[in-house]
Structures are given as C-alpha cells and as structure tokens.
Design a protein around this ligand. Structure first.
Ligand SMILES: N[C@@H](CCC(=O)N[C@@H](CS)C(=O)NCC(=O)O)C(=O)O
Length: 225
C-alpha cells in the first residue's frame, strides 16, 4: 500500500482530493500549507510543487500535482472506491477526464473570481465591485447547466456518487460561503445537502477544521469574505 501525504490549505480545491481519500478510506496524512504566510512559495514546498499550489500528493515520497491527475490516479489505483464510474471504454474514460477538466479548468477560475476577486486586479475594493459580479454572472450560467443536469438524478452521473460530485461540493460551499445566491438552483442545493450527509465528506471537513484551528492559533487564518 503506498504511503500518501496530501498537502492542503483550508477552503481550497485541496478539499476535493481530501474527499477522494476519505471516500477511499486508506490511511493518509495531510500537511497544512499556510498560504497567509506564503508557504506555498517556500523553497521546501516548491520542490514538491514548483507551481506553488495545493493540492499536491506525495505517493511514496514522489509528488503528483493537479487535481485532475491526482483524482484520476486515485480512481485508477483504488477502483473498489468507485470514485469514477467503471469503464473499459477509452472514449468513456476520456469523457470522465473531460468532466474533471471542466471543473478544474473552467469552473475553478470562475470560483476564484467570486471567492478571491482581489487576486485579479490590484485594487481590492474595486475587485469586489467589478470582478466578483462578473464571476457571479458566469457562475450563474454554469449552475443553470448543472441544475438541469441534476434533474435526472441526485449526482453528476445520475444515481451513483462520484468524485465529480466532490468537486461540485467544494465549489458550492466556496461560493455560497462568500454570499453567492444559489436559490435559483434547487437541485444543486439538494446535492449539497446530500453531500453533507456523507460520512467521508464529514471526515474531510473535520480534517479542515483541525487545520483552521491551527491557523487561527497562529493568527494566519483568512476567513472567506
Ligand atoms: N490547476 C490546479 C489549481 C490549484 C490551485 O489553484 N490551488 C490554489 C488553491 S484553490 C492555490 O494553491 N493557491 C495558492 C496560490 O495561488 O498562491 C489544480 O486543479 O490542482
């Protein structure tokens, strides 16, 4: 069994990889990266991920970065956890990769505009007035599509949960946590409630709470706003 160490920071997309590992149920360590102290750009962490981002997964000491790759590796290595629907068909497998890439490459940047608009332009006050509303507009289009998809079943792939649902769970929690109005998307709201009831989600969130407490004790916690 490989030794697994996941580098994380609270409220970030590292939550998706944490959920995946909790759903699998293998032992793993999480290592907190203190983004408020710019630890993601420390020489030690840049050796693990030269891009200075979480998540990064050490597999027997060797790093794997990017959620799409980490989640695909976990799904393939632990097929009994059914992180993705089982398939022998190459095209069907690529469509699953496309789904993960959609969340990482299309949705995540919109989340950043809503949740961290100050990263987009130098003037923080203006970023909340200009960048966030544009992010909300783009997110509404995405959520409309997802809400329609969820009419056919509670999860992204219908009746069966997958780690794509873990991605939606993170996105929804992240944007509603900074005031995104999701009332127009009842199926997504229901998805979030169902997700919250999963024990693995609860364990993943409990791990984050521990790290939030550490950051608070060090005066390094930046609450979502
Ligand atoms: N494409 C990467 C994105 C990773 C990413 O943007 N992580 C953010 C947190 S959600 C991060 O580490 N930000 C720290 C920084 O930019 O300084 C993935 O999907 O894994």
């Amino acid at each position: 069994m490989p030794e697994l160490e996941l580098f994380v920071a609270p409220n970030t997309c590292a939550r998706v990889a944490t959920i995946a590992l909790e759903e699998i149920g293998v032992p793993f360590e999480t290592t907190l990266i203190r983004t408020a102290a710019n630890q993601q750009n420390s020489p030690e962490f840049l050796k693990i991920n030269p891009k200075g981002k979480v998540p990064a997964l050490l597999i027997d000491g060797a790093p794997l970065t990017e959620n799409v790759a980490i989640l695909s590796w976990l799904a393939a290595t632990y097929p009994e956890a059914h992180l993705l629907p089982e398939t022998d068909d190459q095209l069907a497998a690529l469509k699953q990769t496309a789904d993960l890439a959609f969340w990482a490459g299309t949705v995540h940047p919109v989340v950043t505009r809503i949740a961290m608009p100050m990263k987009m332009i130098p003037d923080a006050a203006q970023s909340f007035e200009i960048v966030r509303p544009k992010g909300v507009e783009d997110m509404n289009k995405i959520m409309k599509m997802i809400d329609t998809r969820l009419q056919d079943g509670p999860w992204w792939y219908g009746e069966t949960w997958s780690i794509v649902d873990g991605y939606l769970y993170w996105v929804w929690g992240r944007i509603t946590g900074v005031g995104y109005d999701g009332t127009a998307f009842p199926n997504v709201q229901k998805h979030f409630e169902l997700s919250n009831a999963r024990p693995a989600m609860q364990r993943a969130m409990a791990r984050e709470e521990v790290n939030i407490d550490v950051l608070k004790s060090e005066n390094l916690y930046m609450p979502p706003r």
